[in-house]
Ligand binder design. Sequence first.
Ligand SMILES: *Cc1c(COP(=O)(O)O)cnc(C)c1O
Length: 388
Amino acid sequence: MAKLMKGLDTKLIHAGEPEQRIGGAVTLPIFQSSTYEYSGQTSYHDLRYIRLNNTPNHLALHTKLAMLENADAALVAGSGMAAISAALLTVVGGGGHLLAQDCLYGGTHDLLTQEFPSIGIEVDFIDADDPPSWREMIRSHTKAIYVEAISNPLVQVGDLRAACEFASEHGLLSLIDNTFASPVNFRPSEIGFDLSLHSATKYLNGHTDIVAGAVIGRGELIGEITRKLNHFGGALDPHACFLLQRGLKTLGVRVRHQNESALRIARFLEQHPRVTRVNYPGLESHPNHLRACELFDGFGGVLSFELQGEARAADRFIANVTIPICAPSLGGVETLITRPATTSHLGMTAEDRARAGIRDGLVRLSVGLETSDDLIEDFEIALRATYD
Ligand SMILES: *Cc1c(COP(=O)(O)O)cnc(C)c1O
């Protein structure tokens, strides 16, 4: 009988795993083989070869990831940027035009602004919170709309339903970077997105020890993106596949803990007299709170805030905390803290940051799996020391 797999946590553990256990092994072994015996394939892309992302380690992940987001199919890639670039090059191609949310993840923003013009892809940026303004930006060669589930570092939630409706009304494809929400909190295909993208380096793997990416979505599109990625060569190594699969099994327990801990920390910071602003979609004070409640099952593990005394106070606070590690990236078991103006958003000019609302004193926190009370106490002591 087929295994019962309705809940996300059951899928995380069992989806895509081999039906016949290999040598009885409970865990899928690493297939550290670059090539496989020829068995009559008639298409290049069906040959079993490591760069074609089709070893048993890849195939297990593809099934698991597709099932997690209730989508048709999935593909893993050598990094989040490999997944994003392969997906965008497939759907907008040379000569196409893309509408993309402003304030994107830095790497994606740089891909769109520094690489796409030279290969003939045009991009216009849209305010994801203002759907009526999108229509006038459509051109005859517009192919797709690209948004992020939760933006970085202000954790804004755009009008995601409107993005899907806009795409289907105008014959465009809809793409969303779902890295910050993770499939635990949001499954884009359920509201009609064609493609969901992930930096699996973050929550999906969750242990800050690999680089990987994923594209999840409609079957025929995943097929086209697979062929593109095969040509560009951004395959994921089987050993990284193994680690990603191991990390994924605990995604549910990790993200639920992070949702809960981040909300508690956000509430603690919001009531602290030295904290002037807290951005977290789970707070009633967040401008997109109601939308986030309607779309998401949880609000994620990332929040940002500002302190009295701005950048200088922020740097002192970061130096004073003992648990969080000052490092870019997010989504792992360790709590990480950064000042985006000096790390993730260093590539933007000061004016562009100001326009995007990213003040120099803004602090971003990626909440890990430490005991929430310890983190809150650490922050309380560090805040006191900052103003002594
Ligand atoms: C990290 C990140 C990426 C890029 O992923 P890599 O795995 O570093 O290539 C893309 N989008 C978001 C939202 C990210 O946080």
